[in-house]
Structures are given as structure tokens and as C-alpha cells.
Design a protein around this ligand. Sequence first.
Ligand SMILES: *[C@@H]1O[C@H](CO)[C@@H](O)[C@H](O)[C@H]1NC(C)=O
Ligand SMILES: *[C@@H]1O[C@H](CO)[C@@H](O)[C@H](O)[C@H]1NC(C)=O
Ligand SMILES: *[C@@H]1O[C@H](CO)[C@@H](O)[C@H](O)[C@H]1NC(C)=O
Ligand SMILES: *[C@@H]1O[C@H](CO)[C@@H](O)[C@H](O)[C@H]1NC(C)=O
Ligand SMILES: *[C@@H]1O[C@H](CO)[C@@H](O)[C@H](O)[C@H]1NC(C)=O
Length: 493
Amino acid sequence: MANLYLVLLHISLTFVLTQSAPRNSLVTNLPGFNGSLHSKHYAGYVTVDEQHGKNLYYYFVESEGNSSKDPVVLWLNGGPGCSSFDGFVYENGPFNFEKPTTKGALPKLQVNPYSWSKVSNIIYLDSPVGVGFSYSKNVSDYNTGDAQTALDTHTFLFKWFELYPEFLANPLFIAGESYAGVYVPTLADKIVQGIEAGTKPKLNFKGYMVGNPVADEKFDGNALVPFAHGMGLISDEIFEDTTRECNGTFYETSSVKCENLLNKIEKVIQKLDIYNILEPCYHNGGEEENKKSDSKLPLSFRQLGKTEKSLPVRKRMFGRAWPYKAIVKDGYVLSWPQLTSNIGGAPRCYDDEVANVWLNNGKVRKAIHTVQKNVVPSWYLCTGQLKYKHDLGSMVPYHKKLTSKGYRALIYSGDHDMCIPYTGTQAWTRSIGYKIVDEWRPWLVNDQVAGYIQGYANNFTFLTVKGSGHTVPEYKPQESLYFYKQFVNGLRI
Ligand SMILES: *[C@@H]1O[C@H](CO)[C@@H](O)[C@H](O)[C@H]1NC(C)=O
Ligand SMILES: *[C@@H]1O[C@H](CO)[C@@H](O)[C@H](O)[C@H]1NC(C)=O
Ligand SMILES: *[C@@H]1O[C@H](CO)[C@@H](O)[C@H](O)[C@H]1NC(C)=O
Ligand SMILES: *[C@@H]1O[C@H](CO)[C@@H](O)[C@H](O)[C@H]1NC(C)=O
Ligand SMILES: *[C@@H]1O[C@H](CO)[C@@H](O)[C@H](O)[C@H]1NC(C)=O
């Protein structure tokens, strides 16, 4: 009897330990892609709250290297409200999406040689619920904030590892950009609290990275004026007057003179693409202009956005840009519809057309295991249905706490992003006060300077990516794959 029990126990343990990824989540074909996938892809939902019917959607790409030893990375786009398919389609995903020549046709998917899945297993998560393909049966869940989001993504991770236990032993990282500058450290904090409390299973958490991250109202709020000056967008006179009149605080002011100068600055920079000041932008035509096809543009203009991905980066906008003075501060964050209506003269410089066409195609939705259209009618790059509260304050103490405990962190900035300019990020990373162990120097890819880096004690690193906008892997795919690979492997960049 005892023996039989042991045998049964052994069988069930063996089963538990070797049980692998859920079969019905395997993605077997992808409309628009002609060929065989370079690694296994899985997609589906994880229910984080049974009672509410709260379901987070993920798309998981196994590593094309050695998936059993390569790290598992959770990737998050920001917003708040933007789908992580932004990253999958336009940034670090396994494919480049080629715009179809006929309207309404599916884009053609080509292999992205700089996909982050070359060196890691990567989970693209639509978070919080209400974003992308994630949804809740109780719409009160769309009124949310930082703390709830961190809680839900933490629950997600445990439930995800229940489905994919063979990845529990791999090193775990979390990464993201923009507003994920809040999601990432707050989730990391939850993970570390879990580890310290002995929560089982133990996550093999190693560290995190954030790109052009929202971090701190003061530092981010004060970043624009020095950035605009350093980039040659405002004169020395304007800079000096503003510095004097605003007394060094450029984001909130009670002085009329300061306010007037800030307005003057806004006026001279407002025709630029806030996400990449080097990119061309469209003006005056509003929505209609955004619907024009690329082919109507002169060739030289079309080629302005080319990268080594040999596809143009997005030059068009789906109807919004973050306004210059909408600094993220405590309390409700402006929703995308509010931003769009308040947008004034801000140009629309992003294009989400291929993502929209592909992700809203019925065959694609079926292939990637999304719910029916009566549950999530359509996919949006960024949703307007959230009411989102920034309720965990400055991220600087989180970074300090996590890195002082030995977790590795990389903070990177596309140096031509004016949305979260590197000037603010450099200032807050410095403010943590760690000793410099690797003094400011260029870092290289193919023997070319790809940006600058400063290494601090506690494996805390800040780097810039030369000539890149807000979405670094989109603008600089090869360079980003390089620093990503070095970082997750604990190697010098
Ligand atoms: C798919 O690839 C095969 C073999 O390379 C080729 O013969 C076929 O024309 C391709 N189909 C499309 C739709 O590109
Ligand atoms: C992958 O990594 C595992 C663990 O380090 C190792 O046992 C295995 O041989 C590797 N597989 C290949 C194909 O290199
Ligand atoms: C939705 O959730 C809220 C908050 O937990 C609860 O008060 C409400 O009753 C729920 N609504 C439904 C329809 O279950
Ligand atoms: C300017 O800032 C300094 C230091 O922060 C403060 O002491 C001073 O009162 C400020 N002056 C004005 C005019 O706001
Ligand atoms: C930095 O990380 C390496 C492993 O990647 C570790 O050996 C080292 O102790 C860390 N240094 C600090 C100061 O935490």
C-alpha cells in the first residue's frame, strides 16, 4: 500500500514536473507568414480573477536559441492603455510587418533578424485588462491604477508558470518602455516581496530593464527644457530666460513670466514628432492627411524613416501624441480620447495601420487564440476605455530598493525622444547616488558608436541609444538586440 502510494506519488510528481506548455495554446499558422516558425509560439488567456472573469491575454515566443536555458522576459508596452502588440509588431518581435500594396489586404510577415526571441523566451502581455485583447466580464475593472496592475501581473506570472512549468528555472526578467517605466519596477517589487516571503514556486527573478521610462514627476517634468536647448531646438536666450524666470522648475509654475516662456518653447517645438525629433511629421491635415497612402509622398520623404530593418518605421499617427505639458503625476492619467481632444497643434506622427489590419483580421484572431468579437470587438493600439490612476508615486525609490538587493537593472533612452527625454532619465539615475564603476563612455556595435553608457555600482546601468526615438527597438533594432543580449546574460555592453 505504502509502496503503491509512493509509486503513484512518483508518477504524479513526474507528470507535474515534466508537464509542458498547453497544447491548445500552440500557434500553428500565422496568416501573412509563409514559412515555418523559427521557434514555438503560444498564445491565450490567463484568468487572474475568476469571480470577475478578469482575463489577461499573452503571446509567448520561445527562444530561437536554447529555450530551455535562455531567460524568460515579460515585455510590457505603456500608455497606460497600449497593447504589447506594439512591441511585437513594431519593435522587438519575431516579424517585420510589410505594408500590403492593396488596401485591406493582410500585411506580409517577414522574419525579423533582430527579434529579441533570438536570445530569449519572451511573453508579450496585454495589461491591464481592457487593453489589447485582455478583458474583464466586470467593466468596473477598467477603472484601475498602478497598484492593481502590479497585483494582477504578479498573479498572471504565477498562473502562467503553472501552464509552462518547464520555464520556472530559467532566469526571469521584466522589460518595457514608456509608461511601463511604472509597470516594470512596481511588478518587480511585488516579485521580490513574494520571493522574500517564501512564496512558492520561487520565481528565478534576476532583474529588469526599462526604455524611455516614466519615472518621476519632478525629474521627467524638468527634462524637456534642457533637452530642447541641448538639441538646438531653442535659443540660448530662451533657455537662459526660462531658467531664470522658472527658477529651475519647468513643469509646474505659478509665475506668469515662466508660463509665457514655457508657452513660447511649446510653440517652437510643437511641429516636431515628439517621439523622435529626427522624424518627419504631418501637419494641418488632421485625420484626413493621416489616411493618405505612403505612395503619394516623394521618394526622398518616404525613405526618411528607413532603418536597417529595411522597412520604414511608423511615420503616421493613429490620432494622438502625448502633449508636451501632460507630465505624468499622481492621480488620474489623461485617457487617450481626452488627449486627442486636447491635442491642439500637436502633430500625429505614428501609424498603426499594419497592426490594425492584421490584429483585427478574423483569421489572425483565430490563429492567435483571441476571444470572439462579441467579447473583444476590436483591437486598438491604445485603448480609451481605461480610467487609470497613477497611484504609486515616484519610481526612484523602487529602483533604489531593487538594485540595492542585487537585482540587475538597465535603464535605456533613445536620445532623440522628446516624450521622456534622456535628460530627465539621466538625472534621476544619477540621483540614486551609486558610485560610478564604469564611467561615461561610448558603446559600440559593428565598431560604430551606438550610444553612451554609464555603469553604477549594484549592476545599475544607464545608457543612451544614439539617434533613436521613444521606441528604441523600432528605430535601432540591431543595437537594441545587442544591449539586450548582453544585459540578460550579465555581460559588458
Ligand atoms: C510561399 O512560399 C512558397 C515556397 O517558397 C512559394 O512557392 C509560394 O509562392 C509562397 N506563397 C506566397 C503567398 O508568398
Ligand atoms: C540547452 O541548454 C540545456 C541546459 O543548459 C542543455 O542541457 C542542452 O544541452 C542545451 N541544448 C542545446 C541544443 O544546446
Ligand atoms: C463588479 O465588481 C464590483 C467591485 O468588486 C462589484 O461591486 C460589482 O458587484 C461587480 N459587478 C458584477 C456585475 O458582478
Ligand atoms: C527659487 O528656488 C529657490 C530654491 O529652490 C527658492 O528658495 C526660491 O524661493 C525660489 N524663488 C522663486 C521666485 O520662486
Ligand atoms: C552584478 O551582477 C553579477 C552577476 O551578473 C554579480 O556576480 C555581481 O555580484 C553583481 N554586482 C553587484 C555589486 O551586485
